[in-house]
Design a protein around this ligand. Sequence first.
Ligand SMILES: [Zn+2]
Length: 174
Amino acid sequence: MCLNEKNYRGVNFCLRCGNKMKLFEDEEGKIRSRCTKCGWTYYKNPIPASACVILNEKDQIVVIKRKIEPQIGSWALPSGYIEINQTPAQCAIDEMEEETNLQGEIVKNLGYFSEFSPLYEKVISFGFLMKIIGGQLQAGDDAAEARFVGFDELPEIAFPSHRKFIEKVRKELE
Ligand SMILES: [Zn+2]
């Protein structure tokens, strides 16, 4: 799949020096956007995120009602974008605590799933099955509500990646 000018819509000025960006074709024939003054290149990459399937001893999982975009007001797994100083696993542990007030530990990696994002064009979500090791469930700053639900009483889940991770855990429990 080739990159084209549409991938760089809105990329007009250099983040490093503020001068104009211009499209060019690199040695591999890929379209890139580069600063006309300092040469800094903007690479268009998917944004990485981590999502948590938090399972309790009753085989219920935590869903949260989103308080921020994208999909504000919809139900989803606790999740967030990976910061530069976090691994995907550390991001899952931190997001779990921030959004649910529960301390967690990773049981297993559920793989990854890449999907469209209205904000960033493409997001890669890493899924983690999490075990609760402390805390009481309570909606954190990024969540309007947080609750435990059984697999047969799940609300509609906003993101295809989250649905995939939930389905994987559900199948493994059967
Ligand atoms: Zn520049």
